[in-house]
Design a protein around this ligand. Structure first.
Ligand code: ATP
Ligand code: MG
Length: 651
């Protein structure tokens, strides 16, 4: 009876409660980080279920990572709403395709491409383009962007120009690679991840009887992190809905961090216009972070340019006071990593559980130096804690390869672990672990699959490859959050939606955040939002740091991130320009490096030149100084024999 049902409206503030109790129909929650958006949608679903207004199996809740989906299922179960489909867009689409595809195409759904890169390489070869690893990655990235933006090969050149894409080759050539890739994939009767969504759209749009059946099955839709929806995902959502409007979306336009891949907050911001009778709720109370962390988050995002209307909300901290966020500058990255390992040990000594501590960085390659420092300090850690095992690229590829082998009945007479090893050898598993961060990570993931085979073989010797693959698939479906007692090392992208007691934001140097290739203003603004996402992951302790050189013997000096300007308190030692702390040694240089007349930082980036503005403070740079800057850069380029467009750091 009612008495033992969870009291879903307790522990919600009035605005959250308004969103939870709104009648079925369009609901939109526009709010900043930590204001309880995810909590609100979870409670809304459970509340509707509790009142008997929806059947759990008829609700489809979409999140952006498999981990977030798993966490939502766990929460819903605890709130009495087991059976709700909480999935990523891709997982939901794949599930539906398995069911609808055979009815439309008279075959089983085509399998996923097991090695996408190989197909792109083949396509590039046919078009006569270079197939180095880096350029193949760029080509694949452009193909992905096109498909996410519903751009066909024919439309590519025009669309890429309009979107200001930094196209790695002549656009017409890229269009050819794209068309060839599609052809090869179709001939092989395989699907890539974007195809899962494209085919879902095609089937629902072109087969009214299938669409009708689907719409009878799913009646209520929920989307978390709606600010990062891309045109293809939006099209899927529209195909799901038809002309219905039972849709709840929540998001924070200031956390849009996938616009490089085609995502845009326009659907979130435009939701109230599209559904004029929508219940629209704005939340301002931040329940996650201390007022000190909230103040810093407000500063970081307050400096953003061109924030869309309606996103200029300020967060209001609700928690008791905590320590001030701290800033620190180091000579080089290993020193930064060692210092942070020491600080983590100190926090742990004061009772902060390791699983409540995260080190967040801009690019995965940065994890290596932290892995070493933490290992040296004997602190357990978990790389990429944000990404679930079965969601990792190499694991997905491995499962596809294993499924293929099982389907063909390939077992070289060996026992199960032997067969698994042999199949995984083809997708890159070596006998010995490779050195180095990401290769090592991939190896660890693959070897874990072998270990699972060993475990299974030990308890049930009769298990064959097919049963093993079935077991993997089942685990992938029902994977529980990893219960690892270690520090989390994660990229800022994969930290979205998550929270920890203590967060270390590292590598906040020019070239890393903002990342070197973020050259135009839109790119830089996306980097600023990434910092905002990072800052708002912290409940209590927040530490921001950067290093002036990559390695201990590094000569290429870097500057702290422009985003820290005006954010570090003036009196903080790390706020003083490096120049005033360490007098420059040696005789005065003939051609002094041009410095900003306002903040005195060295002007070096192409942004400084392009926009005529110091990228640090950011005040205007006068013409005389700009001329000197251009001359200085081409002079340096000659000395170093590198092209002048390389962004220099101050030597
Ligand atoms: P993000 O934008 O980062 O995804 P969010 O808006 O989804 O954040 P949640 O993760 O739902 O925020 O909530 C942040 C934290 O605040 C969680 O620990 C949640 O349990 C807590 N919280 C949310 N609402 C309340 C409330 N009314 N009272 C107490 N705690 C709350
Ligand atoms: Mg959330």
């Amino acid at each position: 009876g009612m008495a033992d049902q969870p009291r879903l409206l307790e522990g919600l503030d009035p605005e959250q409660r308004a969103a939870v109790t709104a009648p079925r129909g369009p609901v939109c929650v526009l709010a900043g980080a930590g204001t309880g958006k995810t909590r609100t949608i979870t409670h809304r679903i459970a509340h509707l279920v509790q009142l008997g207004l929806v059947v759990p199996q008829q609700v489809l809740a979409v999140t952006f990572t498999a981990r977030a989906a798993g966490e939502m299922r766990t929460r819903l179960r605890a709130l009495g709403a087991a059976g709700v489909q909480a999935q990523t867009f891709h997982a939901a689409a794949f599930r539906q395709l398995r069911y609808f595809w055979p009815r439309v195409h008279d075959t089983q759904v085509w399998p996923l491409v097991d090695n996408k890169f190989r197909l792109v390489v083949q396509a590039a070869n046919r078009v006569g383009l270079s197939t180095e690893k880096e350029s193949v990655r760029d080509l694949a990235g452009e193909i992905e962007w096109s498909k996410s933006c519903l751009v066909s090969p024919d439309q590519y050149a025009t669309a890429a120009a309009r979107a200001g894409r930094d196209v790695p080759v002549v656009p017409q050539q890229l269009a050819k690679v794209f068309a060839t890739y599609e052809q090869l994939k179709n001939d092989a009767r395989m699907l890539d991840f974007d195809d899962l969504l494209l085919h879902t759209v095609a089937i629902l749009e072109e087969h009214p009887e299938v669409a009708e059946e689907f719409r009878g099955r799913y009646r209520s839709f929920v989307v978390d992190e709606y600010q990062d929806v891309n045109p293809l995902q939006q099209r899927v959502l529209d195909a799901w809905l038809g002309n219905r409007d039972d849709l709840t979306v929540v998001g924070d336009a200031n956390q849009t961090i996938y616009s490089f891949a085609g995502a845009a907050p326009k659907w979130l911001v435009g939701f109230p216009k599209r559904f004029p009778d929508a219940t629209v709720v704005r939340l301002e109370r931040d329940y996650r972070s201390t007022p000190q962390v909230v103040a810093l988050a407000n500063k970081v995002i307050g400096a953003a340019r061109d924030r869309p209307a309606g996103t200029r909300l300020k967060l209001i901290g609700q928690r008791p006071d905590g320590p001030e966020p701290d800033f620190a500058e180091y000579d080089h990255e290993p020193a930064e990593a060692e210092a942070i390992a020491r600080k983590i040990a100190a926090l742990a000594g004061r009772g902060v559980p390791l699983s409540e501590i995260a080190v967040l960085f801009r690019v995965n390659a940065q994890s290596e130096v932290y892995e070493k420092a933490l290992s040296d300090a004997e602190i357990p850690y978990q790389v990429r804690g944000g990404e679930r095992f079965f969601n990792r690229t190499e694991v997905r590829q491995a499962v596809v390869a294993l499924r293929g082998a099982a389907g063909r009945g390939d077992e070289p007479g060996a026992d199960l672990p032997g067969s698994v090893r042999a199949v995984l050898g083809d997708v890159g598993l070596t006998d010995e672990p490779p050195v180095g961060g990401s290769a090592r990570e991939r190896w660890e993931s693959l070897i874990a699959l072998v270990e699972l085979a060993e475990e299974l073989a030990a308890v049930a010797p009769e298990v064959d490859l097919a049963r093993y693959v079935a077991e993997l698939e089942q685990r992938a479906e029902s994977q529980h959050p990893p219960t690892v007692e270690g520090v989390t090392l994660a990229s800022l992208h994969s930290a979205k939606g998550l929270e920890w007691d203590a967060v270390f934001l590292v590598g906040l140097a020019e070239g890393t955040l903002p990342i070197q290739h973020a050259e135009d203003e839109a790119g830089v603004e996306e980097e600023r939002r990434l910092l905002y996402v990072g800052v708002t992951r912290a409940r209590e302790h927040l530490h921001l740091s950067w290093a002036l050189a990559r390695a201990a013997d590094g000569r290429r000096y870097r500057r702290r991130s422009r985003f820290l300007y005006g954010v570090i308190p003036d009196r903080h030692p790390a706020a003083m320009p490096a120049k005033t702390r360490t007098p420059e040694p040696g005789p005065p240089r003939k051609q002094a490096t041009p410095r900003c007349r306002t903040c005195e930082s060295v002007l070096v980036s192409t942004m400084d030149i392009k926009l005529g503005r110091c990228s640090t403070c950011p005040s205007d740079v006068d013409e005389g100084l700009l001329d000197r800057l251009r001359a200085w850069r081409s002079d340096r380029a000659r000395q170093l024999k590198v092209p002048a467009y390389v962004v220099f750091t101050d030597a």
